[in-house]
Design a protein around this ligand. Structure first.
Ligand code: PEP
Length: 258
């Protein structure tokens, strides 16, 4: 067992308005015993319009749940209609920002270079990136999983310092498993997460590789969490659909440290 603290993150995508978000985070809090947070980090990533409301609840009720965002721009201000500055997120006490999610890459044209700029911007504002990578079904069937994932990781981590890489989170999310009900087997998840850790070691050294936390994401449910988390290179989960149900999400958190 590694001494990396597991991290379970709920990506709410474009779901839950700010009233629903408040209820969800409060229910999640009531479903989790306080001691849980000694053993696992838990973050929620609401839509932008919910972040201020969720921040207020977390701060007013002194919750141990970490506040996250799903995306940001890399510039601080400027003519980027519809975009959100990392500086604005930091001002709302956001701690973790997802970047490079496959839905952003596939639906909104985010490139590896943009993802790298975001990772740098997130660090610049003292937040932690959760940088996503993952292969499509075609790439998997063509035997290109590792080549694809490792090229995304190398590009996304470009020009970072080893201590930054050590502190961040990488989420391995096979695209064919996101929102489909299909999950990679625990063995497959371990193989790819191990390849990511080895690539980090080659690029940034053994200490960064030993410290970086690697999540698996793709239709994670409570029933699949324990086996995934038993894998030596899987340090957590990025959870979409199942994180919208606070009871199921709380079960995932508890199975992560079972
Ligand atoms: C995700 O949103 O990153 C994700 C993995 O979604 P789901 O758990 O619904 O597959």
């Amino acid at each position: 067992m590694s001494d990396r603290k597991p991290i379970i993150s709920g990506n709410w995508k474009m779901n839950l308005n700010h009233f629903e978000a408040i209820q969800t985070v409060q229910k999640l809090h009531y479903s989790l015993p306080k001691e849980v947070y000694d053993s696992v980090d838990v973050s929620v990533h609401p839509p932008f319009t919910d972040i201020r409301s969720v921040q207020t609840v977390i701060e007013a009720d002194d919750l141990d749940i970490l506040l996250g965002a799903q995306h940001c721009h890399w510039e601080e201000t400027g003519a980027f209609t519809g975009e959100v500055s990392p500086a604005f997120l930091a001002k709302l006490d956001v701690q973790l920002v997802v970047c490079g999610h496959s839905e952003r890459r596939d639906l909104f044209g985010e490139t590896d270079e943009m993802v790298n700029q975001k990772v740098h911007a997130i660090f610049k504002h003292a937040m932690t990136p959760i940088m996503c990578c993952g292969e499509s079904l075609d790439e998997r069937e063509a035997g290109e999983t590792e080549a694809k994932v490792l090229s995304q990781v190398a590009a996304g981590l470009d020009r970072l310092k080893a201590d930054q890489v050590a502190s961040m989170v990488i989420a391995y999310e096979p695209i064919w498993a996101i929102g489909t009900g299909k999950t990679a087997t625990a063995d497959d998840a371990q193989t790819v997460c191990n390849a990511i850790r080895n690539a980090v070691a080659a690029q940034f050294g053994a200490d960064a590789a030993a410290a970086v936390r690697i999540q698996y994401g793709g239709s994670v449910k409570a029933g699949t969490t324990e086996e995934l988390m038993a894998q030596p290179d899987v340090d957590g989960a990025l959870v979409g659909g199942a994180s919208l149900d606070p009871d199921e999400f709380a079960r995932i958190v508890q199975f992560a440290i079972a």
